[in-house]
Design a protein around this ligand. Structure first.
Ligand code: 2AM
Length: 178
């Protein structure tokens, strides 16, 4: 089965982002992603045999759960990938640490991951045939990430269908007493 690890938003967040980007990406054409498919990939594994799922779950259990907050302040078009994506201009150190640890653990356990470097993004449109300078998004969607997910991807003519197989809650932001 085709698997990946991702930061997974709530349905409300997915709908808010889709609503916010729709007028900006409309001129790009292409194939806008359904709101329920919006996510931020941490590591794409490709085809994995079903008997290795428990190993991936054990690996997920050991990941750091530091709070992560993202400012999704821009839309970029990546011509080579043919996508438009929602991105943070700055990657929080906690997210860098999580991605590094995940990729390190996957490699140590003999899983092959995408060789392209980790560049956090949420694909909002596929099959975009143009490249444009980054567009700022205002108001900036602020994402307090709630969970990491291990997700199965099934490809069909209607586009990919994603099923969350296992999820891990990130720690809440500590409340600093006044
Ligand atoms: P993308 O949005 O940049 O295409 C499920 O396919 C998720 O895994 C998508 O978010 C996709 O990123 C990511 N991914 C990374 N490498 C991939 C690959 N080689 N093929 C398909 N998806 C890939």
């Amino acid at each position: 089965m085709r698997l990946f690890f991702a930061l997974w938003p709530s349905p409300v967040e997915q709908q808010q982002w889709q609503h916010a980007v729709a007028p900006l990406v409309q001129p790009f054409g292409g194939l806008p992603q359904r709101s329920e498919n919006l996510h931020l990939t941490l590591a794409f594994l490709g085809e994995v045999s079903g008997d290795r799922i428990n190993q991936l779950i054990a690996l997920g259990n050991d990941l750091p759960r530091e709070p992560i907050r993202l400012r999704l302040d821009r839309i970029e078009c990546w011509k080579a990938a043919g996508i438009a994506c929602l991105r943070p201009s700055e990657t929080p150190p906690a997210l860098e640490r999580l991605a590094r640890r995940l990729h390190g653990s996957l490699e140590a356990d003999g899983f092959k991951t995408e060789p392209r470097g980790f560049k956090p993004h949420i694909t909002v449109v596929r099959r975009v045939g143009m490249s444009l300078p980054a567009l700022p998004l205002w108001p900036v969607p602020e994402w307090q990430v709630q969970k990491i997910a291990l997700v199965r991807s099934r490809l069909s003519e209607l586009g990919p269908q994603y099923d969350v197989m296992q999820e891990w809650a990130l720690s809440p932001v500590p409340v600093i007493p006044a």
